[in-house]
Design a binder for this molecule. Sequence first.
Ligand SMILES: *Cc1c(COP(=O)(O)O)cnc(C)c1O
Length: 450
Amino acid sequence: MPVSTPHIGFAYVDGDLRAEGLALSRIAATVGTPFYCYSRQALTSGYAGLATALSHLPAMICFAVKANSNLAVISTFAQLGAGADVVSEGELRRALAAGVPPERIVFSGVGKTRDELRFAIEADVGQINVESEPELDALNEIASAMGRTARISFRVNPDVDAHTHDKISTGRRQDKFGIALAKIPDIYARAAAMPGVTPAGVAVHIGSQLLDLTPYRAAFERVATLVTALRAAGHTVERVDLGGGIGIRYRDEDAIDFQDYADLVTEIFNDLDCQLIFEPGRSLVGNAGILVSTVLYVKEGEDRPIVVVDAAMNDLKRPAMYGAYHEIAPARQAPAEAAERAVDVVGPICETGDTFAIRRKMPPVTAGDLLVFGSAGAYGAVMASQYNSRLLAPEVMVDGDKYAVVRARPSYDDMLAMEHVPAWLTRGGAEDSATEEAAKGAETATRGVA
Ligand SMILES: *Cc1c(COP(=O)(O)O)cnc(C)c1O
């Protein structure tokens, strides 16, 4: 789409931005804005690119569902043979519902609840990544009580700085993730003697949006040394999970090339004879999606125009949360001679943080124009909230010249139906109100499960 980010699946044709064969203006006319739009072709070609680069390795690609958990997206990858990396029972249920075979599911996360662990064992997932000694004890206890044995890997904290945004760096000693490398041999030995778990290997994930292979090399080398040490101590290490984190181009970054990444992995792990698991999220979906909004008003600011759009930080949180950059371009291409000017692009929410861009050079836009945010396929729709009681933006997937709404916009009735005002609040503390509330609560809980 936009100038500096050629997105597969999105291009201008006769001045109109299209998702594959469809003008976005046509989808917007039916679906309304704001909405997310994914290109199936972009998803598929991204996956194929990584799978091809890794094809000479014993690799399993487990799409990190947290980057984009729409069932249609997970299903697209599942049909190509992908597994899933999940971090909650909700994501695990999504992966299963999208047709990912349980043996291709990895359950990661620093704070899995006992119920979630039980559910994962019940579902017979391929691997549970254990992030602490207390979690190991809990898992062993739960699995033993169920008469089952959970296949686990230990998430190692390699103490490597990924040189990415502070909030998404996960492999430094002080970060909350994983188990210190030096402690792994002891805990591995403990686990090997437990009836409820089978240690199968180790896992590492040092952060997200990495733009340089250097931290990967440092972490992978430490992990490879660890594998050798564990084997020397008599342990079986069948699997190494190398996590995700491959960065993408949002603006003008040099993204990591899948082939260079695969070459590094080959160099370090080729002779170790392990199954290798990869957990890419952002790199498979980030540039396969956009967010489409409508300009509501163009108002005169202090020294520059302020473009107010109908998308906001509740729809796309990354700019407010990480100061992230997204390209912004009109869906109707401006004539080449149109002079650009610097504008702010903001959403309607009552927070100054609800700002998508400051002093962004853009061709002139007016109320009613469609404005498109690029690279919004990862950590976009999944992070959306209903803040300001705004309805969740729908998600659309395009395939050639057809499209489907793959998550509908809820109605205001849907939104209000989640809540209720207790009778004692309006009637003023009747004696029987506690009982009545218990009944109401049970009713609500039942509805929640159904
Ligand atoms: C978030 C996460 C990923 C995916 O990271 P990306 O940067 O989106 O590739 C993979 N593995 C684990 C354990 C994660 O927490």
